[in-house]
Design a protein around this ligand. Structure first.
Ligand SMILES: *Cc1c(COP(=O)(O)O)cnc(C)c1O
Length: 389
């Protein structure tokens, strides 16, 4: 395929009809753990699946093209993807991370820091003074998550990556919430893009996986080396399924974000709701920035019930269509309570500092009919005691 090929085409068609043996249109799956040598000291392109595998490499190459990177490494989960980037940082080097990142990322950073694997500070990255003072300490890595989970805060990737670079630091962006269909951090100056492929890339809630895409070939090689050394690589079958899911990434996310905008509009005018966090709403503090650096507002949102945790308990039992479950990015709609589910691993103080209240609910909006989604939420609201009563 030519260099000017559109990302939609890469997602749908990268590697299609490339099988030289039988002309298979869909790239075959190679489950073999090992590959025959042609002879003494004559290994082929693949020797052992921990190191490389044609199916996993096809997924990696497709993701690298979609994110505009030099290469990608497929690992066993989103956390393994974050950890692969952290492993590039030395014992005396500093990582600057957002105080409101995904709970699992926060826990991983804190746990490795506790064991002396690197230096670490959490800051509010939307606060220019906090960022400037962190960059004065000459960090090795600045980690970004935008939109953030679960409050959908937006930070300026281009501005922060440029400042980080000037300070001698690399920038890694967790792009899980949008996917390359809606945001391409490498084009904005990032050195690494991190994905939980569990979410939008696979999109069908039947694989746990992760990926790191590197802007430079040297970094891509270093990541591949480390994934082989530690053995955190993604399984071949999972890679096959993820590539299968990726084929429909663009139409899925476009439809899902249209549904999310409708759901956000509905929630924003509801008397039981005190605030809606969705970058597609004009009232969202990151609306203009999201509009500038993203090509869509995505299909994730969160909102606060006026009645706090008591209202949450009633609402999640009564809501229809939305399933009470962790995770996101699948074709089905999910509802989660961050304080007791996705972000339960954070201390109450860390949650409070990040603005995650007990009345907050997060929605991953799927592909169901818009009217059914609204009616499903209405069933939850109908069970609550009257807002004015
Ligand atoms: C889910 C998630 C992760 C972790 O991914 P797993 O595949 O669950 O290990 C990391 N970052 C973000 C933003 C996520 O939503």
């Amino acid at each position: 395929m030519s260099k000017t090929i559109k990302p939609e085409t890469v997602a749908a068609a990268n590697g299609i009809a490339s099988d030289n043996n039988f002309g298979a249109v869909t790239p075959p799956i190679y489950l073999s753990s090992t590959f025959a040598f042609a002879g003494f000291e004559r290994g082929g392109p693949h020797e052992y699946t921990r190191t490389s595998n044609p199916t996993r490499d096809m997924l990696a190459q497709t993701l690298a093209r979609l994110e505009g990177g030099a290469g990608a490494v497929i690992v066993s989960s989103g956390m393994a993807a974050v950890d692969l980037v952290l492993a590039q940082v030395g014992r005396d080097e500093l990582i600057v991370a957002p105080h409101d990142c995904y709970g699992g990322t926060q826990r991983l950073l804190a746990s490795r820091h506790e064991r002396g694997h690197f230096k670490l500070i959490f800051i509010d990255q939307s606060d220019p003074a906090a960022l400037a003072s962190a960059l004065k300490q000459s960090p090795r890595l600045v980690l970004l998550e935008t939109p953030s989970n679960p409050l959908m805060r937006i930070v300026d990737i281009k501005a922060i990556a440029a400042q980080a670079k000037a300070a001698g630091a690399q920038t890694a962006v967790d792009n899980t919430f949008l996917s390359p269909a809606l945001q391409r951090p490498i084009e904005l100056g990032a050195d690494y893009v991190i994905h939980s492929t569990t979410k939008y890339l696979n999109g069908h809630s039947d694989v746990v996986g992760g990926a790191v895409i590197a802007a430079s070939q040297a970094d891509a090689d270093a990541l591949a080396h480390w994934a082989n050394v530690t053995g955190t690589i993604g399984a071949t079958f999972d890679s096959y399924l993820t590539l299968r899911g990726l084929r429909t990434l663009f139409p899925r996310i476009e439809r899902q974000q249209a549904n999310a905008q409708a759901v956000a509009n509905f929630l924003a005018q509801h008397p039981h709701v005190s605030v809606v966090h969705y970058p597609g709403l004009l009232s969202h503090p990151g609306h203009a920035l999201a509009k500038a650096q993203q090509t869509g507002f995505g299909a994730m949102l969160s909102f606060e019930l006026a009645g706090g945790v008591d209202a949450v308990r009633i609402f999640v039992e009564a809501v229809k269509v939305f399933t009470l479950a962790e995770s996101l990015g699948g074709v089905e709609s999910l509802i989660a309570h961050p304080a007791t589910m996705t972000h339960a691993s954070m201390t109450p103080q860390a949650r409070r500092a990040a603005g995650i209240t007990d009345g907050l609910l997060r929605l991953s909006v799927g592909l169901e009919a818009e009217s059914d989604l609204i009616e499903g939420l209405q069933a939850g609201f109908a069970a609550l005691p009257s807002a004015h009563g």
